[in-house]
Ligand binder design. Structure first.
Ligand SMILES: NC(=O)c1ccc[n+]([C@@H]2O[C@H](COP(=O)([O-])OP(=O)(O)OC[C@H]3O[C@@H](n4cnc5c(N)ncnc54)[C@H](O)[C@@H]3O)[C@@H](O)[C@H]2O)c1
Length: 440
């Protein structure tokens, strides 16, 4: 296929060379003249293991073909099946993403599309904040070309997962092969161009954009975690390599989807206690572990957010009654130690941020009820059934207690706010209640 590739930095060079090496006819577009010149003279402007050898074969015409230009020729001079955009998205001074390279590139592709008589596909690969493709880039393509996406051209967001240092291997065997697709043609075209080992899966464009931020934040988090844990371990004479090797060998809980479902705060008898111990161990050895110390603060923020959400929904505070489904620290237990739901109840009843207390009801397991009675006396009214709770509550909080179909049906029609802490899936009928809010 004939491909235009924009930006011949790390990602663009690897993309160009790899795609040319599998037989495509590649035109690289790079604004920095020296980079284009170097490539046209057979020199790579950067070091990346095994890319040089691959480029030699491409440059000598043994595999595919590649040439670099500093400006995109017209569609008639260089008709192509797709444009692949790999320009930079650096941080601006304030930390926001600087989209200027992408904006310029989209305008150039828009002009190209104006003169195109064939179907063209625009594939954005640069990492961008969610919404950028649909709200900024496609409108620019449409404005500059006078054409309509979906009818006159196609566009998608196709995140890049390569790591510098093993970019060629990652390019053909990425950890994920996801296409943020708007047009049906995108997935088959991506498969035909990239021919990577994994089948391409279509997802929402914003999910495809956001996944790079989730992945890279998590990679950074893992490095910081291993470094802090390793430092702490060494300070206590513990073999840090052995510790983390064993840690990483647990794929049931540690390196697994477990604990990675967005929802409400953690609690219970172990996690908060152990985190406090870790902080104390660090203090004793005069070691700073800012990541580990920030975890309780992060957890606290989720508790605070739920309280704010309830406060914001309580129009007449003195008359408002908030009904909780469950109060244990997680589902399937009656343990209420350090339960985040109990913390919410406690602060709604007496917290300084909430001077006019609201009424609290709870539908909980009998033994949880006894504990609530012990903690709050008659300030928490115990409902005898889900119906009993829904009859008196103005705001409902879906906590750790699993609900039956009948209760879901009633919640779908509940006339007040329904705040879901996301421990359980709820049916679509509940989610479409206009007053339904999920914590995340
Ligand atoms: N580097 C990585 O490992 C990696 C991995 C995955 C994704 N990404 C993302 O891919 C994108 C590119 O990353 P990179 O590291 O290759 O960046 P880079 O800065 O190395 O390369 C960008 C290139 O685009 C060129 N350019 C700028 N404006 C242009 C224009 N209007 N037309 C043509 N060329 C233009 C620049 O001169 C530069 O050579 C970024 O969004 C980055 O976040 C990078």
């Amino acid at each position: 296929m004939r491909l235009n590739i924009f930006g011949l930095g790390y990602v663009g060079s690897v993309t160009s060379v790899c795609l040319a090496s599998i037989g495509h006819d590649v035109l690289g577009v790079e604004v920095v003249e020296e980079k284009a010149k170097a490539l046209n003279e057979g020199r790579l402007p950067l070091f990346e293991p095994s890319l040089g050898d691959l480029y030699k074969a491409v440059f000598t015409g043994e595999d595919g073909s590649f040439r670099a230009v500093t400006e995109l020729p017209s569609a008639t001079a260089a008709p192509a099946d797709a444009s692949i955009v790999c320009v930079g998205t650096p941080s601006s001074a304030g930390g926001e993403v600087d989209l200027s390279q992408l904006i310029e590139t989209s305008k150039a592709i828009g002009k190209y599309l104006r003169g195109a008589t064939h179907m063209h596909h625009v594939i954005f690969r640069s990492t961008v904040p969610p919404g950028t493709t649909e709200e900024v880039l496609i409108p620019l393509l449409e404005a500059e070309s006078g054409k309509k996406r979906g009818k006159d051209f196609h566009a998608c967001f196709y995140p890049e997962f390569l790591r510098e240092g093993q970019a060629v291997r990652d390019f053909f065997n990425p950890s994920m092969n996801l296409v943020g697709a708007l047009d049906e043609a995108s997935v088959p075209l991506i498969e035909a161009i990239f021919k990577v080992d994994k089948k391409a899966a279509a997802t929402d464009v914003r999910v495809a954009e956001m996944i790079k931020y989730a992945n890279n934040s998590f990679h950074a988090l893992k490095v910081a975690f291993a470094n802090e844990m390793g430092t702490l371990a060494s300070a206590y004479g513990v073999d840090s390599q052995e510790l983390m090797r064993l840690f990483a060998s647990d794929t049931q809980l540690n390196l697994s989807p477990y604990y990675l479902r967005p929802g409400f705060a953690f609690g219970g008898s172990c996690l908060p206690k152990e985190l406090r111990s870790v902080s104390a161990l660090a203090i004793r050895k005069n070691i700073r572990v800012p990541l580990l110390e920030s975890i309780m603060l992060s957890n606290e923020e989720h508790i605070r957010r739920v309280i704010s959400l309830i406060q914001a929904q309580a129009t007449d505070k003195a008359k408002t009654r908030v009904g909780f489904f469950g109060a244990s620290f997680k589902p399937n237990t009656d343990d209420t130690r350090e339960s985040p739901v109990v913390k919410v109840i406690e602060r709604l009843i007496s917290g300084p941020s909430y001077r006019e207390p609201v009424g609290i009801s709870a539908y909980v397991h009998e033994s949880v009820g006894r504990k609530l009675r012990g903690m709050f006396g008659d300030r928490v009214e115990l409902a005898s059934s889900p119906d009993d709770l829904l009859r008196t509550a103005h705001i409902v909080v879906l906590g750790p207690k699993k609900l039956d179909d009948e209760t879901h049906e009633r919640l779908a029609r509940f006339p007040g706010p329904v705040i879901d802490l996301k421990w359980h899936d709820v049916p679509e009928s509940v989610r479409t209640n206009p007053l339904y809010r999920e914590i995340c």
